[in-house]
Ligand binder design. Structure first.
Ligand code: UDP
Ligand code: LCN
Length: 809
């Protein structure tokens, strides 16, 4: 990359570069981000052309444009320019270019100091700032070489560690033997028993056992030959029929004789080692009814509930296949959340709530404690940091009592849940999995650089520290998309944004996360097919609901829950549904609609957005969005063309709402400024709605632009409005177009985004990482000790300070 800059400097483009840098300096702005640099360069070139300084063919900008393709930032210092380049996904480089066009590489430490200088927070005379560096601790595992394979960690890890382990057959056999002897359920031994005392006996006995099951009819149920197999040393867990037991034993036999990573993976995927699962989702209102659409409670609740149900189903299937139903094993899934005594009509004040339609899935709620007392009211996710450690302590006791044992896997959700998962997993010595949903750091521009200014509202110093702790401590991380980890060629990923950053006056992160670690796995969520299904499945729809919701959406005159009366309710609906967060940008969609006469002529805008009135909300962002929405409707005189539903729909109604929009050949628009994943997009697509979704974030991977939906840039109001209007026009002319998009959208979800695909993969990951956690536990101890130091010395004192501040209010 150095060479790329040198190439410009040494080419005949250097005069142009000098002029461009000079012009940048004239703008009285010192911090330039990628998009602004590109836009400014385009303007600059136009001006140069007009002045005849640039050849009209544009040939003379080729070298500079190569740099612009990979540029991230330019920071102007008095005599030089600091340039951040991202030549490849997950790789950043830093350079200083002087006014005289001399170029030199600079270190991470230097660029962080430069950023500090930019905000007047660089104090070298006071000594060096605390540096956080995780790089030395990642020597316990191999690293993926090609960034294309990031997110596919398990295969890589398995292949690498297997080959390492197989090099020492004695150690390999001994580890495998120890691992197999370990498994039991409530004291009942599984897999192998004390008749097999060592690996040598295992090798002998397995041949006999294979010969024995081979002699039985393949379909013979396991209970009929359980006892003879037991006398050979083999307990339940190998299969539910003679054929399946034989298959599993043969896998083990092959592993003992000539180990292979694929056979190891196949065997581990069958081994019954997960019976008790804990999913931590702590900050929001977590419930089955009447909670969605509240601040802090959105897709994560939907995700975790659906995941929990699907996990139970999958575990039940796996247990049956493993032949364990003889032991009457019932898998347990606990969703660990916060108990909120003042629960505002929800069931969030109940300690234990059974999840509908399951055997053994419960929401276990534990209150937040403060100075020994339970807290009463909902606390925003930005304020809960002081409560998490005591929550983890209390939750541990509760979990023991509900599960009657130790969990086999703990999955954290969001920063708070992941921190709790870390504390619990460390204490209980259990495998820890992280799910981010959304990492707040990349949602707010410069959230780290200006953390001190934002601290009183957002407390990012705690959140980002907690993120660093949890993501590094996790045995494995599940992300919904590839770009969540490491972005796209032109944009930084959410996890990648933790690689190096400054928290001025607090710390510098010189290496915050190893993106090439095999701990990362992309496992997208699914959509609940009982609630969300194609509008054309008329036999599964209830006529009464359909009529009721049609009325609510288009005609009901009830100001308590709907704002706006449509002049022409028959027009094609343009539909969106989201919480009224700034980032969800529903007000941006109103602007897109407002600025397109053609769109207004053809469509009505229908919004489902939780609330209508300022007095209903205490959330500052929500209140400001409500105000903005009314202002826009007035400013653009949208009365008669828009309906804004201030309702919180049940899940069943939500599903039917999408279908009612589908009946009218409507369109779904998701206009977020950034969307980590976007469950509403899956819901709309499976219902058969042609969907236009933001290109910023996860939707970029869900939608294949033009094939099964469309990607939009919601900040380009005019362009997006034109695109929507054009599509609607085309659909009017050719009704097959709508149906074609509708079919393609449904097919996309069914092929790629189901909970069955998700949970099968998640459980297989859990077993494989569980195995490697067992084999290589000690190798991570140094990292975990470092993490503990960060927790107790950095996080905890700050959390205590926050608590004191909260009490003094
Ligand atoms: N949702 C809902 N009622 C509302 C708003 C949202 O049921 O008033 C549901 C919606 O169907 C989806 C989830 O909340 O399942 C939102 O998830 P998404 O991933 O789109 O966004 P998040 O809110 O998590 O950022
Ligand atoms: C949080 C978000 O912001 C959404 O983009 C996701 O779809 C949701 O969580 C579920 O993961």
């Amino acid at each position: 990359m150095h060479n790329l800059i040198k190439a410009v400097v040494n080419s005949n483009e250097n005069t142009l570069l000098r002029e461009f840098l000079h012009q940048l300096r004239q703008q009285k702005r010192t911090y330039w981000l990628r998009n602004d640099i590109i836009v400014f360069f385009e303007q600059f070139c136009q001006e140069q052309k007009q002045e005849g300084k640039l050849s009209p063919t544009g040939q003379s900008t080729v070298q500079i444009e190569k740099i612009l393709q990979v540029i991230q930032e330019i920071i102007l210092e008095s005599e030089s320019y600091c340039i951040v380049i991202r030549p490849k996904i997950a790789q950043e480089e830093f350079y200083r270019l002087t006014n005289a066009l001399e170029v030199e590489a600079i270190s991470v430490q230097e660029i962080l100091a430069i950023r500090d200088r930019y905000v007047n927070r660089h104090h070298p005379a006071d000594g060096k700032i605390f540096e956080i560096d995780f790089r030395p601790f990642y020597d316990y595992s191999p690293l993926i070489r090609d960034s294309k394979n990031i997110g596919n960690g398990v295969q890589y890890l398995n292949r690498f560690l297997s080959s390492k382990l197989f090099q020492d057959p004695q150690q390999w056999l001994s580890e495998l033997y120890k691992f197999l002897s370990l498994h039991n359920y409530n004291g009942t031994q599984l897999l192998i028993n004390e008749r097999i005392q060592n690996q040598a006996q295992l090798s002998n006995q397995i041949k006999e056992a294979i010969a024995f099951v081979e002699s039985r009819p393949g379909t013979e149920p396991y209970p009929e030959f359980r006892f003879p197999l037991q006398s050979l040393g083999f307990e339940p867990g190998w299969g539910n029929t003679a054929a399946r037991v034989q298959e599993s034993l043969e896998l083990l036999d092959a592993l003992l004789d000539s180990p292979d990573h694929q056979i190891l993976e196949a065997l581990l995927s069958r081994i019954p080692m997960i019976f008790r699962l804990v999913l931590v989702s702590c900050h929001g209102w977590f419930g089955q009814e009447g909670v969605l659409g509240r601040p802090d409670t959105g897709g994560q609740v939907v995700y975790v509930l659906d995941q929990a149900k699907s996990l139970e189903q999958q575990l039940l299937e796996d247990i049956t296949l493993a032949g364990l139903d003889v032991l009457k094993i019932a898998p347990q899934v606990i969703i660990l959340s916060r108990l909120i005594p003042q629960s505002d009509g929800t069931r969030c004040d109940e300690r234990l709530e059974k999840v509908y339609g399951t055997e053994n899935v419960f929401i276990l709620r534990v209150p937040f404690r403060s100075n020994g007392h339970s807290t009463d009211y909902w606390i925003s996710r930005f304020e809960i940091w002081p409560y998490l450690e005591t929550f983890a302590i209390d939750a541990e006791k509760e979990l023991w009592s509900v599960l009657n044992g130790r969990p086999d896997l703990i999955v954290g959700n969001y920063t708070d849940g992941n921190l709790i998962a870390f504390l619990l997993a460390r204490k209980l010595k259990v495998t820890q999995c992280n799910v981010a949903h959304a990492l707040e750091k990349s949602k707010y521009l410069f959230s780290n650089l200006y953390w001190q200014d934002l601290e009183s509202q957002y407390h990012f110093s705690l959140q980002f520290t907690a993120d660093l702790i949890a993501m590094n401590a996790a045995n494995f991380i599940v992300s919904s998309t590839y770009q969540e980890i490491t972005g796209m060629p032109d944009s930084v990923g959410q996890y990648e944004s933790y690689k190096h950053f400054t928290m001025p006056d607090l710390y510098h992160v010189v290496d915050g996360i190893e993106l090439f670690s095999p701990k990362f796995n992309v496992v997208p969520p699914g959509v609940n097919e009982s609630y969300f299904f194609p509008y054309s499945n008329y036999q599964d729809r209830t006529m009464g609901d359909r009529q009721r919701l049609e009325e609510l959406l288009f005609t009901l005159d009830d100001p308590s829950q709907v704002y706006g009366r449509l002049d022409n309710p028959e027009k094609r609906p343009l539909f969106s549904m989201a919480r009224l967060d700034r980032i969800k940008n529903l007000t941006g969609l109103v602007e897109i609609f407002a600025q397109s006469d053609s769109l207004q002529a053809q469509c009505n805008l229908i919004l489902v957005a939780g609330k209508l009135r300022l007095e209903e909300s205490e959330d500052p962002e929500e209140r400001s969005e409500i105000e903005k929405m009314y202002a826009l409707i007035d400013q653009y005189q949208l009365q008669g063309k828009i309906r804004w539903l201030g309702v919180r729909l049940s899940k069943g109604d939500t599903g039917e709402v999408y279908r009612v929009i589908g009946d009218r050949r409507g369109i779904f628009v998701q206009p977020a400024l950034f969307e980590a994943f976007g469950l509403t997009i899956l819901e709309a697509m499976i219902s058969g709605l042609p969907t236009f979704a933001t290109r910023f974030g996860g939707p970029l991977e869900i939608i294949q632009d033009g094939e099964n939906g469309f990607l939009i840039n919601p900040t380009q109001t005019k362009e997006t409005g034109d695109r929507l209007a054009k599509f609607v026009q085309q659909c009017d002319q050719d009704p097959d177009l709508w149906s074609k998009l509708s079919q393609a959208a449904m097919a996309r979800v069914y092929s790629t985004y189901t909970w069955k695909i998700h949970t099968t993969k998640l459980l297989s990951l859990s077993r494989i990482y569980g195995f490697w956690n067992f084999v290589s536990q000690e190798e991570r101890e140094d990292m975990l000790r470092y993490i503990e130091a960060l927790f107790y010395l950095l996080y905890k004192p700050r959390a205590n300070q926050l608590l004191a501040a909260q009490h003094s209010l």
